[in-house]
Design a protein around this ligand. Structure first.
Ligand code: ZN
Length: 242
């Protein structure tokens, strides 16, 4: 039962890779924002509680977030493992995830660090397009992954739009928050022997291939063995001229 975390700044390709991984290995996905929205739209009890905070622009409290994650872990497609996309971001969330997984007789099998330079993050995010249909939420990119029909979502046909918060200053601030709050988690997972660094700079399929190599060699040991002292790609990879 692999529970696989993707860690990386926005623009690292977590959403895209999470989808590929989930598809290939038959895993469920957990991306908090998307899951919150789905619960709100489905009108579940949790969704109603979450909506109360989101509509006021407030952070969902830890206890409620715990209930949401617990609910997700109890869904049928989570039984075989989940890919966590954009979660955990901070230490509290990492501890919560550990606690809930331990209760379920599971644990974080792999933490994949999708490593990209700040320059790459800026270039990628500046061209990012998102499906306006919240239930779909498909991502596209003006340069790297344009929709088949300009301005239209490939999946559901809704309009695609640039996110208002994908402006350079906002992006830089988010990258800084990532460095301060999320990067420290890398050390936690490294110490545990479940961290693998993946170079997130190459094209999507190449990154996915590197992930597959890691996943398929790690699954044999099911996370129980000592880590192998090798990374699949060099950590200090020069940024490609994107
Ligand atoms: Zn769509």
């Amino acid at each position: 039962m692999p529970d696989l975390i993707l860690i990386g700044p926005q623009g690292a390709g977590k959403g895209t890779q999470a989808e590929l991984i989930a598809g290939r290995y038959g895993l469920g996905r957990f991306a908090p924002g998307a899951y919150y929205r789905a619960q709100v739209e489905a009108g579940t009890d949790l969704g109603l509680q979450v909506a109360g905070y989101l509509s006021k622009g407030e952070i969902v409290p830890t206890e409620l977030a715990a209930q949401v994650l617990k609910a997700r872990l109890g869904e049928p497609d989570a039984a075989g493992g989940l890919v966590y996309d954009g979660y955990p971001r901070v230490r509290d969330q990492a501890e919560l995830l550990d606690r809930l997984l331990t209760d379920a007789g599971r644990g974080v099998t792999l933490a994949l660090h999708l490593d990209i330079s700040e320059e790459t993050a800026l270039v990628r995010l500046a061209g990012r397009l998102t499906c306006a249909n919240l239930a779909c939420g498909a991502n596209f990119h003006l340069t790297f992954l344009p929709p088949l029909v300009a301005g239209r979502c490939d999946r559901c046909g809704s309009a695609v739009e640039k996110r208002a918060d994908d402006e350079p200053d906002v992006i830089r601030r988010r990258l800084e928050i990532f460095r301060q709050e999320t990067e420290p988690l890398l050390e936690t997972y490294r110490t545990r022997g479940v961290l693998r660094v993946i170079d997130g700079e190459p094209p999507v399929q190449q990154v996915f291939l590197a992930i597959r190599n890691v996943v398929e060699s790690a699954t044999l040991g099911a996370g129980a063995r000592e880590p192998r002292k090798r990374s699949v790609v060099p950590i200090d990879f020069p940024p490609s001229a994107a």
